[in-house]
Design a protein around this ligand. Structure first.
Ligand SMILES: C[S@@+](CC[C@H](N)C(=O)[O-])C[C@H]1O[C@@H](n2cnc3c(N)ncnc32)[C@H](O)[C@@H]1O
Length: 311
């Protein structure tokens, strides 16, 4: 059910057991480029990289180019160290027998870059949209790929400002595939450097300074937090626990990790969830021209359904 209270940690585990990895025998000449094989702490062959690339694509839709070998190595090396594995082959075998490891595997390979009011023009457009709907009903927003929470809390701040109230008629579902970033968002505690670009008015209205061990950090005010529920949702899952109609879908800076057929199939499922006058907000480098039979651009990477009354 959409907008139910979020599940308490641990957030739901990811994944299904993979097929058995196909392995190529290791040889230094066949090792992945970048950091020289002999300098690597863990044996990492091209076959290991291919296997990881296939698994993360099948499971999360993330399409890794071959230029990402060093990134994959460094992200997973930490995990091998803490598991006590000596080679990527051993780690892949662990992944095969231990379903619980999938969550950490996926969490390690996601890229979670975000910030408060990233691509700020979208929040101005949303504020206009909210004011147009007014207070006659609850406005429902799904912020997927929400990472560590800065984006859904920016939506909540926008709603508070648009209605000049800490209890605006707005519900925000924040979701992501990565359980560690969701836990961060749920906790709602941010270091000073994460909020330093916010105005003093926003800082004092929406955050409380922490003390003790967390001194220097800031916590989202409970009124704001009440507007946002966090939930693990993999956009690739065949079922989403989300019901329409939605006024807005924020799906920003995640589609770039997916190939076009994956993007299209997700967009096809967004459209019936949107209200006819609802808006889909995409990231600045994401274009859905290939889905012109599904959505129409309103400019500035805001899209609407083809049958939308909005021009
Ligand atoms: C670069 S961040 C974008 C954060 C935020 N939307 C923004 O624009 O600032 C991409 C997020 O997409 C999430 N993600 C990647 N694959 C996903 C999937 N299959 N389903 C849901 N979220 C996914 C990642 O975990 C990550 O937090």
């Amino acid at each position: 059910m959409v907008f139910d209270p979020p599940p308490r940690r641990p957030l739901s585990p990811a994944g299904t057991a993979p097929d058995a990895p196909r392995r190529a025998p290791f040889s230094p000449a066949a090792s992945a480029p970048g950091l020289a094989a002999r300098d690597r702490e863990f044996e990492f062959t091209p076959a290991d990289f291919e296997r990881i690339r296939t698994l993360i694509h099948q499971h999360a839709g993330i399409a890794l180019s071959s230029a990402k070998q060093d990134m994959v190595y460094s992200r997973l090396a930490r995990r091998l160290r803490s598991c006590g594995d000596r080679t990527f082959a051993q780690y892949l075998a662990r992944l095969e027998r231990d379903r619980g490891e999938w969550e950490t595997f996926v969490n390690s390979l996601t890229t979670n870059l975000t910030s408060f009011f990233r691509e700020p023009h979208h929040f101005d457009i949303l504020a206009d949209q909210l004011r147009q709907v007014g207070e006659k009903r609850t406005i429902r927003i799904w912020c997927n790929a929400a990472s560590t929470g800065e984006e859904p809390y920016s939506l909540a701040m926008t709603a508070c400002e648009a209605f000049n109230s800490l209890a605006p008629p707005v519900q925000i579902l924040a979701s992501d595939i990565d359980t560690s970033v969701l836990a961060h968002g749920e906790a709602g505690i941010y270091r000073q450097d994460r909020i330093e670009r916010l105005s003093d008015a926003r800082k004092s209205r929406f955050f409380t300074p922490r003390s003790g061990a967390d001194a220097g950090a800031f916590e989202i005010r409970p009124e704001l937090r009440r507007l946002v529920s966090f939930r693990r949702i993999n956009l690739l899952d065949p079922m989403w626990p989300v019901q329409g109609p939605l006024d807005a879908i924020f799906c920003r800076n995640v589609m770039i990790y997916f190939d076009k057929p994956t993007q299209y199939s997700i967009l096809k499922r967004f459209v019936p969830l949107l209200r006819p006058d609802g808006q889909l907000y995409a990231g600045h480098s994401e274009s859905f021209m290939h889905a012109a039979d599904l959505v129409r651009s309103r400019g500035r990477t805001v899209y609407v359904r083809l049958d939308s009354p909005l021009r």
